[in-house]
Design a binder for this molecule. Sequence first.
Ligand SMILES: Nc1ncnc2c1ncn2[C@@H]1O[C@H](COP(=O)(O)OP(=O)(O)O)[C@@H](O)[C@H]1O
Ligand SMILES: [Mg+2]
Length: 404
Amino acid sequence: MGTGRVFVGRRAELERLLREARPASLRTVPVVVGPSGIGKTSLAREAARRLTGEGYLALHISVTQPVSSLEDLYRVLASEVGVSYSSLALGALRGLVERVLEAVYGSGWRSRLRDADALLERSVYDVLAEFFLELARRARRDGRRGVVAFIDEAQNILRSMEPGDIWGFVKMLASLQEELPSGDAAAFQAVLVTSEYGFQQRLLRHSPSPDYVDTFYLGEMTRGDAYSLYQALGERGPGTGERDFIECCVGGHPVHLAMAARRGLVDTVCHGVRKMQQIIVEHLHGLDEERRDEAGEVLRRLARQPLLRIPGYDRLLDGLVERGVLQYGCSSYLGVYDWNPDCTGDESLCGGGGWCGGLDVVAPASRMARAGLLLALGEVGALPGSVVDACGLGGVYPLAPGLP
Ligand SMILES: Nc1ncnc2c1ncn2[C@@H]1O[C@H](COP(=O)(O)OP(=O)(O)O)[C@@H](O)[C@H]1O
Ligand SMILES: [Mg+2]
């Protein structure tokens, strides 16, 4: 989302995130996780913008690729994306990063920057620790209330790391959070954002203790937010004939809403569910026969309700999670089967995301994926008639032999 774009809804989710993102001298490192395209980056940037308005130095650091060279690291830390959501000017940010690299790597660091293969001698988190300290000193000098760093796609920082490195990374963030503010540095808080469920899992598994990691799951927008976004993007709300399509196959998924608003609802849904169907059928055919039946049975149940995660399912379904057809989610804010409740009073129960114990269930990653599951399993009857008719799904074809 560019700076000029609108940010719609997500009121309860933003409040919940902000509450824990303000520095509070606690060791807990929050990790925001949820399906791809659900709005994690948008939410993090909006939070950074809001915190900047409250007097914090807030930065959104976007780690778009694995960091293995000095140049990668420089690019990640000194990027325009981060500063556009903070009160820091790009020049000031670059100056700060340069000071840190000079302190860590000595005065020769600049010549090594041009050598794209110059690997990092020190671990990334050593450099990050220096960078955050420097940010905190600057914040103190500028009279800011503290530093908040959103590290987006944080798994990329630790891509090639051993469990011990994850331990060290979390410990580093936690001690910066606990020890600051000091005489010359302001308080600090990190927030990790990731689209990789395995990363959240590894953080929990390899942290010094469970106290170090808190999970913030972002799921579908509420119905109210979804309709507002559809209207904001397409200049009109959904008509009555369109609601079946949204209910069935779009829901509160921002990317699907944007596609529907721009390309048309019917095309988006009809193409989307068939694409999902194809991915699912290919996944099933990649399994050996015995596991295919087992996976088919699990998928049939998943089309109706989320299932508690057990390792056996992960083995059968990981491929579909990686391809964004299934997700590991937090049952309290799942959406996908039913809309999350709109905020009409009881703030504690509304909205499509918030803190939860962890990713306890497996479910379709979106309503489109859920419809694709039904289609792949030959259960067209479970889809709304209007969708079946408009997409020409009614001429039920017999399943190919070998499919569950
Ligand atoms: N609350 C929102 N208001 C407006 N647009 C949104 C909102 N959330 C997501 N979007 C749009 O949906 C798309 C995907 O959002 P993004 O934040 O990149 O998701 P993620 O980081 O979870 O993959 C972007 O184009 C973004 O502009
Ligand atoms: Mg993102």
